[in-house]
Write a protein that binds this ligand. Sequence first.
Ligand code: 2RA
Length: 330
Amino acid sequence: MKVAVVGATGMVGQVMLKVLEERNFPVTELIPVASEKSVGKTVNYKGKDYSIVSMQDAVEMKPAIAIFSAGGGTSLDWAPKFAEAGTFVVDNSSAWRMDPTKKLVVPEINANVVEKEDKIIANPNCSTIQLVMVLHPLNQKYDVKRVIVSTYQSVTGTGKNAVDQLNAEIKGDDSVAKVYPYEIFKNALPQCDVFSDDDYTKEELKLMKEPKKILGDDTFSLTATAVRVPVQGGHSESVNIEFENEFDLADVKKILSETPGVIVMDDVENNIYPMPLYSEGKDEVFVGRIRRDKSQPKTLNLWIVADNLRKGAATNAVQIAEYLVQKEFV
Ligand code: 2RA
């Protein structure tokens, strides 16, 4: 099948190619797409070089699936053109996520909402995906009432220039352009993305809105603080969950350990808990530090870590594409 990867030279695009290859996605013709300045350059897929093509050329090649990771503006402009040409678009930008006519999908949770008519399908934000992977099974059993999440986000979520900024600062090199308003090395910035009018960042608003749509449940409330830290392997989240119903801690651990795509790493006697250094390059969502909140009843604290470029972006997008194949929509 003809598969286009839009934004193939970016950090997420590169991981998408790797994940398609690793999972042996049935690609018969790869169409890497990137900005005009990259057209003619090549990307490697399964040991072969493929020439990057322009967006217009890619539309005309009518791929069965186009996986986009090219920014919201590009998705708004181009996803409909691919869709009109009959291509299924899996879009990793924020452009369509909260559009009521588009599905927002984490396959382990709500793949069943996808129908053949859904030509543009939205991939959730990275910090949302790892949160809902844990929230969903617990919501099914104990009914979530309120969630407080604080994130510790990897610079890879901002992109290559941010990784370059961190690495330059580690070396004491001042010549690299700064992506963040401050140094990131030896620092923690309580700002991921730009601020909106209500003093929350866009990242925090994504975290507060997307989970309800994915879980198909708007009966719980959620608040978030998103922080950028000098880390590369994945995003971490400290999460406080209040339930409507009393829970059993052993049962919580059992539910999570039986959830596909989630791995419980929780053995504090041996200092075992999830960390970004460990999650890097892995597809699962790791959860640990699972304990009762002693300050109030029916409330749980836990710590979630995942590679934001894998399950938080590329892997989830490829899983959606796999679902389209499995349902024979493509
Ligand atoms: C981040 N939400 O800032 C982004 C990546 N999608 O980490």
